[in-house]
Design a protein around this ligand. Structure first.
Ligand code: PLP
Length: 371
């Protein structure tokens, strides 16, 4: 099987499993326990936090382990908005993940927030002047993702965060491991990421919030994670996340293979056109529409040829509604249903030449044209 759905989830790497194994076996203690087993777990958790902090160039005390990207984005958006009553206005964009947009909508429905969405152009990019025009004195939070999961477009966060002194959260779930997401580079004041996109297991994520930016906890209980996120910590998951970050590959290799793959598909597959930005895109991301054929049918044909990919976001798979992201970049409902996304890391990239040939075969098989 050629697995080209890394944006949905990535396999757990062997070295990551080996690093976490002690904490699901012999060293299984609860980090809040005061006996030796508990202390060992607490030490491992502290070391994992410290190594992630070094990678991000932030303080370990600013990091909160969560269950994944969805929880991190919920905690960032609701937590910052509710704790920082500069006003009740939030700015986001229509191409954000549901974890972000649904959190904003929750604040709108239950707490009277006003939510503005900054438009994106046909590549999914944001014009900083359009964001600047939406910022108001009562804007409490801006939440703009670093890179899009469906179309791969990367936002130039530094040009957006420098516009105003408003708390700025970024969903870096897809960007982590592929781009420089350090707050010192991007200028964000909070960021979310997820372990299972990086080679750690599902069920571990991270939220970083700059010191001094207040955050209202959403999960109350025993006061773990400095009272921000109660509940016994996922020690093995945190160790795995740190190990995954420590063994990331070189995204440049994926980017080279991506460019050749995109070129090959556009040149050989009838009706193919690229979605998202042609250059400012994730290194392991190629997404297309194939005019005139059903994306779901192409996926089935690809799977018969041993290639696993997706039509867009895994969360929306199976939905009959056209993708909200593709609609936002001006693709009509009919064309949106022809979309297929291929996502990979540098190891899977070597299989892209074979995949490109299969893509042509699959599209031709579905459409019956171009044979
Ligand atoms: N944000 C983006 C951009 C994503 O692609 C995803 C997952 O697909 C998430 C958030 C949610 O992350 P998790 O699956 O860890 O909850």
């Amino acid at each position: 099987m050629i697995y080209l759905d890394f944006a949905a989830t990535a396999p757990v790497r062997r070295e990551v499993l080996e690093a976490m194994w002690p904490f699901v076996s012999g060293d299984f203690g609860n980090p809040s326990s005061t006996h030796e087993l508990g202390e060992r777990a607490a030490r491992a958790l502290a070391e994992a936090r410290e190594s992630v902090a070094q990678w991000l160039g932030v303080r370990a005390t600013e990091l909160t382990f969560t269950s994944g990207g969805t929880e991190s984005a919920n905690l960032a958006i609701k937590g910052i908005a509710l704790a920082n009553p500069r006003g009740r206005h939030i700015i986001s964009s229509p191409t954000e993940h549901d974890a972000v947009l649904e959190s904003c909508d929750f604040l709108r429905r239950h707490h009277g927030f006003d939510v503005s969405l900054v438009p994106v152009d046909s590549t999914g990019s944001i014009d900083p002047s359009e964001l600047a025009a939406l910022i108001r004195p009562d804007s409490t939070l801006i939440s703009i993702m670093h890179a899009n999961n469906e179309i791969g477009t990367v936002h130039d966060l530094a040009s957006l965060t420098s516009l105003a002194d408003v708390p700025f959260h970024s969903d870096a779930v897809q960007a982590a491991g592929a781009l420089d997401i350090r707050p010192a580079t991007t200028g964000v004041s909070a960021l979310s990421l997820s372990g299972h996109k990086l080679g750690a297991p599902k069920g571990i994520g991270l939220l970083w919030v700059r010191r001094g930016l207040r955050l209202e906890p959403l999960v109350h209980g025993g006061g773990q994670e400095r009272g921000i996120r109660s509940g016994t910590e996922n020690v093995a998951g945190a160790v795995a996340l740190a190990a995954a970050i420590g063994s990331l590959g070189d995204p440049k290799r994926a980017a080279l293979a991506r460019d050749a793959f995109i070129e090959h598909v556009l040149a050989t597959v009838p009706g193919a056109s690229l979605t998202g930005h042609p250059q400012l895109r994730l290194p392991g991301h190629a997404s297309f529409t194939f005019a005139g054929v059903s994306g779901e049918a192409v996926l089935l044909e690809l799977e018969r040829r041993g290639i696993v990919s997706s039509s867009g976001s895994a969360c929306a798979a199976g939905s009959t509604e056209p993708s909200r992201v593709l609609t936002a970049i001006g693709i009509d409902a009919e064309l949106a249903h022809t979309a297929v996304r291929f996502t990979f890391d540098e190891t899977a990239a070597s299989q892209l030449p074979a995949a490109a040939i299969a893509v042509r075969e699959a599209v031709v098989a579905v459409s019956g044209i171009g044979a």
